[in-house]
Design a protein around this ligand. Structure first.
Ligand code: KG4
Ligand code: ZN
Length: 352
């Protein structure tokens, strides 16, 4: 089954083509255009500007994906589109484009929850030209993911821990009570002069930061539930920044290190605890923050150290941040076709 995926929930305009067969999804094309550069001067995304850029990019991006795959719209069996959560204007561009294509070509339309999409980035068999050889080998070998599994989605808007007993079954075990992990990184980035999105820069800065200089709070780390909270961490960093006054370059790196260590510590401790309680066979990580190599390695090390009987999976880095391949993959494994004019953008969509 050949699926065209479309993702326009925020500042990325993305189209991808996957071919699904049995329990495999192969990636044939993956195009992502971003309006990120225009949002950097404003320190965050202005929704109206993001939506206007979506309008400019959507058709060129879809056409480029088809060209990369050597296909035409006639070769597509179904269209998958993100219908929420996200920015209403941005979502509308993708949803209405997908509806129009589905109607004109009389093809099935599969609406996909963006967060479910992130999870399904783990189920893509990667033979993509932008992968390094090492990554390609590793991720192809990792392709079999056994249920029940724990899915931890860490993105700019969400930090959610879900139990999945099979495809299409999502039991929310816990989520963030305030800021998501990515949001905390972005806000703390602003405090130390790092432009949005701060996650990738904080990752680099932290590498030469002193792990012993700042020990920031690990909110809810020992609580009996599986909820997360990162706004207290942001407040603690703010207090420290105010106390210090002028921040030299090394201090900023030390703060980056203290911040990342605190976030990683909480994410791993809670996930590992949930894995034991629910006796899962796999842990899958996803979302923009999952692109963080320090987090990826820390998860692998912790699972090995504890000799847990679980396999750990994380998508290649470029499939962790927003893309349409994950949307098409989610549609292949959850083919809930909906009559085209019943699909509406839902900015507040959650796991329900
Ligand atoms: O999933 P995503 O691309 O968009 C949302 O659905 O929110 O996630 C974006 C978030 C941003 O907060 C960004 O700072 C963070 O992911 N991020 C990272 C890294 N790359 C992106 N955080 C830490 N390390 C990274 N390498
Ligand atoms: Zn996302």
């Amino acid at each position: 089954m050949t699926i065209l995926g479309i993702e326009t929930s925020c500042d990325e305009t993305a189209a991808a083509i996957i071919v699904g067969k049995d329990s495999h999804v192969d990636l044939r094309a993956n195009i992502v255009a971003s309006s990120l550069a225009m949002h950097i001067p404003t320190g965050g995304i202005i929704p109206e500007n993001a939506a206007r850029e979506q309008l400019k990019f959507i058709l060129p991006v879809i056409n480029q994906a088809l060209a990369d795959a050597g296909m035409t719209l006639e070769d597509i069996d179904a269209i998958a589109v993100t219908f929420g959560p996200g920015l209403i204007g941005s979502l509308l561009v993708g949803v209405e484009t997908a509806k129009t294509i589905a109607y004109v070509l009389n093809k099935p339309l599969i609406p996909v929850n963006h967060m479910v999409g992130h999870i399904y980035a783990n189920f893509i068999n990667v033979h993509h030209k932008s992968e390094t050889k090492l990554d390609a080998i590793r991720y192809t070998l990792d392709a079999h993911i056994a249920f029940p599994l724990l899915a931890l989605v860490v993105s700019g808007g969400h930090t959610d821990l879900l139990l999945m007993k099979e495809h299409g079954h999502f039991q929310l075990l816990g989520g963030t009570r305030d800021d998501a992990a990515g949001e905390a990184l972005d806000k703390i980035g602003r405090l130390i002069g790092v432009a949005y999105p701060a996650g990738p820069v904080i990752e680099q800065m932290a590498k030469s930061g002193d792990p012993n200089r700042f020990r920031f709070p690990r909110p809810l780390v020992g609580s009996p539930d599986f909820d997360y909270s990162f706004s207290g961490l942001k407040t603690a960093v703010l207090r420290e920044v105010k106390n210090l006054g002028n921040l030299d370059a090394q201090t900023k790196k030390d703060i980056a290190r203290g911040t990342l260590d605190a976030i990683i510590d909480v994410l791993i401790k809670k996930t590992v605890k949930a894995a034991a309680v629910h006796e899962v066979k796999s842990i899958i990580l996803s979302g923009g923050v999952a692109a963080n190599q320090t987090l990826r390695t820390a998860f692998e090390d912790e699972i090995a150290k504890r000799r847990m009987h679980v396999t750990f999976h994380v998508p290649p880095r470029h499939l962790c941040t927003d893309n349409a391949a994950m949307i098409a993959s989610a549609a292949y494994f959850n083919p809930l076709e909906i009559e085209f004019n019943s699909v509406t953008a839902n900015p507040e969509l959650y796991f329900d």
